[in-house]
Design a binder for this molecule. Structure first.
Ligand SMILES: C[S@@+](CC[C@H](N)C(=O)[O-])C[C@H]1O[C@@H](n2cnc3c(N)ncnc32)[C@H](O)[C@@H]1O
Length: 476
């Protein structure tokens, strides 16, 4: 033999074999969950790029988004159900397999996907992503989840609403208990009264689970709102004269957003910046300061108004990369960006004591007011974060009241309803500085349900904005 055996029939030139891909939207949702939980990524930053790279569009993109965001929001609740359906404690389940279980359970309990399709399609993703053995486990657990509807599972996993209303709401609306308590405190509702006494708290929690419209701001003097309405296809905002609500679509596709005449900005944020800009002031009104400016949303509004009124803005931001974002978004406006610690007022020559007429301090906060926009945030944020944030907020607010001239006004803003960051904080700052609280409500004309004042707490379930808090403080 020459070693030349019988010749095989010539092979057709074929592409390398690729196993069949599980459906792209579920795979994108799974990869997003893994990026968020294993790498600390933000879903709203990761998923849009992933959808674009993989050319997932239209209904598939909407499905992947609902699946990824919904699963992340519902993690606490889904895990309660999965614990009862898994033969192993969830702590012992491989983290990637756990994400597949959550993904499947979300489809079964919250989406109108037929149960057999939800199980089969999730198991198919599992086969490719984590191999056959774990896929069998996923199949077994999801079949158990599929045995009951959502309401029946809630009866099983959520504590008695009268005996423990906070724990009940925490599971029903999938929030940590400390956040349920914080919302109840801010709304003045008492858990001791049972579930019936927490009706508005329940509405606030439910609003975090509802899809939130993207809001645009037509920057004053840079683009007319009607022009932006025509270009964006959105609808006019109810309260801010510059706001537009978008139904969907990519805001970056709008030319006015790309060239900074408009921007994505929650209407509540617009209202806070406008209130500070419009509060009555005697005397000079030329030097404005934004003490926590990055990434520059409110600076964009203040800078545009300053340009119209012959004023200028110093925008302070501690993190250099965020200061760069402020510079980019305020290009062409009378805004000077300063990389500094906002607490260095009086020490940094660029931040002289009494050197400013209006000062915004949009302080770093828990972000509990924007949970609807950041699906994983409610689980990532911890109660232990509140104390150090409150200290930093207080120091920045006191610095702001040092930077403003006598008679000038400070706008203290946080995107949170947590009392320690809002009313309790402001009472403390007033005590320390002797500043006078100005009633902020008249500066938000036509906005309903603003309460007793003088500070303002907005809510998604009341005004449809993020839960922004605003206090206006005049230096004596
Ligand atoms: C809530 S964000 C401000 C959002 C911004 N005003 C807007 O509307 O886009 C708070 C900002 O304060 C910055 N920051 C945190 N500590 C600071 C400090 N000590 N001095 C100045 N900026 C600080 C953070 O980096 C963050 O960019």
């Amino acid at each position: 033999m020459t070693g030349q055996g019988p010749r095989r029939p010539a092979r057709k030139a074929t592409r390398p074999y690729k196993p069949p891909q599980p459906d792209a939207p579920r795979r994108a949702a799974f990869d997003t969950l893994v990026a968020v939980t294993a790498r600390g990524a933000y879903a709203n930053l990761v998923l849009p790029g992933m959808l674009a790279d993989r050319r997932i569009v239209g209904r598939d993109a909407a499905f992947a988004t609902e699946l990824a965001y919904g699963t992340l929001r519902s993690t606490g609740q889904l895990d309660k159900v999965l614990e009862l359906c898994s033969s192993r404690p969830l702590k012992q389940v491989d983290p990637r397999v756990l994400e597949l279980l959550r993904l499947g359970a979300y489809q079964l309990l919250h989406m109108r996907v037929p149960a057999h399709a939800a199980v089969a399609a999730t198991v198919e993703v599992a086969r490719v992503a984590v191999t056959d053995g774990p896929a069998k486990f996923v199949n077994a657990v999801l079949r158990r989840v599929a045995e009951r509807e959502f309401d029946a599972w809630m009866v099983e996993v959520a504590p008695d609403p009268e005996k423990d209303p906070v724990a009940h709401l925490a599971i029903e609306h999938s929030h940590p208990e400390w956040i349920v308590r914080a919302f109840a405190d801010a709304l003045g509702e008492k858990p001791a009264g049972g579930i019936g006494a927490l009706a508005e708290t329940a509405a606030a929690l439910a609003a975090d689970g509802a899809p939130a419209a993207t809001h645009l701001v037509a920057r004053p003097g840079r683009i007319d709102r009607d022009e932006l309405l025509a270009a964006s296809g959105g609808t006019a905002g109810r309260f801010s004269p510059y706001a537009i609500y978008l139904d969907g679509g990519d805001p970056a596709a709008i030319e006015a957003v790309r060239d900074n005449r408009a921007a994505v900005q929650d209407e509540g944020s617009q209202l806070c910046a406008l209130a500070l800009a419009n509060v009555e002031l005697a005397g000079a009104d030329e030097r404005w300061l934004d003490l926590c400016a990055g990434p520059g949303g409110k600076t964009g509004v203040l800078g545009a108004l300053a340009a119209q009124r012959g004023a200028s803005v110093v925008a302070v931001e501690q993190a250099e990369h965020r200061a760069n974002l402020v510079a980019r978004t305020t290009e062409g406006l009378p805004v000077t960006v300063v990389v500094a610690d906002g607490r260095s007022v009086g020490e940094d020559p660029r931040l002289p004591e009494g050197g400013f007429d209006r000062v915004l301090v949009d302080a770093p906060c828990t972000g509990l007011g924007a949970l609807r926009r950041r699906p994983e945030a409610r689980w990532r944020r911890q109660l232990a974060d509140v104390k150090p944030l409150v200290k930093l907020q207080r120091e920045l607010a006191v610095a702001a009241l040092t930077a403003v001239r006598p008679g000038g006004v400070v706008g203290y803003v946080v995107c949170s309803p947590h009392l320690a960051e809002t009313r309790v904080q402001v009472a403390d700052v007033v005590r320390r500085t002797g500043a006078e609280l100005v009633d902020a409500r008249p500066l938000l004309p036509d906005v309903p349900d603003l309460g007793a004042g003088p500070t303002v707490q907005l809510w998604p379930h009341r005004q449809g904005t993020d839960a922004m808090f605003l206090a206006l403080l005049r230096r004596k």
